[in-house]
Design a protein around this ligand. Structure first.
Ligand SMILES: [Mn+2]
Length: 322
């Protein structure tokens, strides 16, 4: 078990394993090669764009997001959108597309330059049907149609090391997605979701529940680690939890580990005796303040996993865009 690991329920893990295995199998041929020494890629997920009402999570993020798109557009980056770009559980597609025409037009500029890929999540799986994309998304923004994938694999040109990066939204295996057949999906979308909206019942999804977030992160990490241990050189990049994870460490995990290093340094300095410790005490105190600040913001507990085979893109739902 990794440091700071969160116990994962066995049946939950099995469900996530199955969901990710099924998706991985089904998208194995959807591969793109890049020259990672030259090609820059930016991945955003979980914008949850709505209709500019009180329930619209993207509203506060719009300025920072559009500014970053402008920056990455001019600097030649390839843009990958990793799911839940629109919240089509809360809104109909037409009004959302209309509300964010400028943002979508910016995304379309990447598409025109063949620097755009898009993967759907659970909140925008409406786009799995090409007809829906052509009807709502494309005509408003561009005449160029683009597929929106279930997932994709990217790798370095020629793949000399055999390393693959799997890109999926990360909802695979959860109740809201792969466990539902097409009929159930329709019932959920048009039945349960309406009741939920009316009665303001909150979904228990990883994006909203801190302990589930950590459990879900651990489940996705464990799946990727298992694949690696079985000889598949795989790095998993997902979104969905709204919790950024870089090289298998979340933000809290990163700050906790930096704090521990500073505290150890301080202890060593004090043991030696005589040295001026004030500067280091201040650094420890500032790091502790940073940790308590992000914990109070609702970030879940520290995750620090043993192998850097899992990354999470976080979300685009805050004014600072993370
Ligand atoms: Mn999601």
């Amino acid at each position: 078990m990794a440091d700071g690991a969160v116990e994962t329920d066995k049946s939950y893990q099995e469900s996530i394993d199955k969901g990710l295995n099924d998706t991985y199998e089904s998208i194995k041929d959807n591969r793109e090669s890049f020259d990672f020494a030259k090609d820059n890629i930016i991945i955003f997920s979980d914008q949850h764009r709505g209709a500019r009402d009180g329930a619209d999570d993207f509203l506060g993020c719009e300025k920072a997001y559009n500014a970053s798109l402008g920056y990455y557009l001019e600097t030649g980056y390839t843009l990958i959108i990793l799911g839940d770009a629109e919240d089509l559980w809360e809104c109909r597609p037409g009004p959302v597309v209309k509300a964010y025409k400028d943002t979508l037009s910016l995304e379309a500029e990447f598409l025109k330059q063949n620097r755009y890929y898009r993967i759907y999540g659970n909140h925008d799986d409406y786009w799995e049907k090409k007809g829906a994309i052509d009807k709502y998304l494309m005509p408003e923004i561009t005449t160029q149609s683009t597929p929106i994938y279930r997932g994709m694999i990217i790798f370095h040109n020629g793949n000399p090391l055999g390393v693959k990066i799997l890109l999926v939204h990360g909802h695979q295996g959860t109740f809201d997605s792969d466990q539902l057949g097409p009929i159930s999906k329709v019932l959920v979308r048009y039945g349960w979701r309406n009741i939920q909206r009316l009665l303001k019942i909150r979904s228990t999804t990883p994006a909203k529940d801190a302990s589930l977030k950590s459990m879900h992160d651990m489940a996705m990490y464990s799946w990727a680690l298992d694949r690696c241990k079985n000889g598949d050189k795989l790095i998993l990049i997902a979104g969905h939890t709204h919790l950024p994870v870089f090289a298998s460490r979340n933000y809290v995990g990163k700050i906790e580990s930096e704090l521990k290093t500073l505290q150890d340094d301080l202890l060593k300095l004090r043991t030696k005796g005589g040295a001026d410790v004030d500067d280091l005490v201040r650094k420890v105190a500032e790091k502790r303040a940073e940790l308590e600040f992000i914990k109070a913001k609702g970030e879940s507990s520290g995750i620090s996993m043993e192998k850097p085979c899992y990354f999470n893109t976080g979300c685009c739902s805050y004014s600072d865009a993370i």
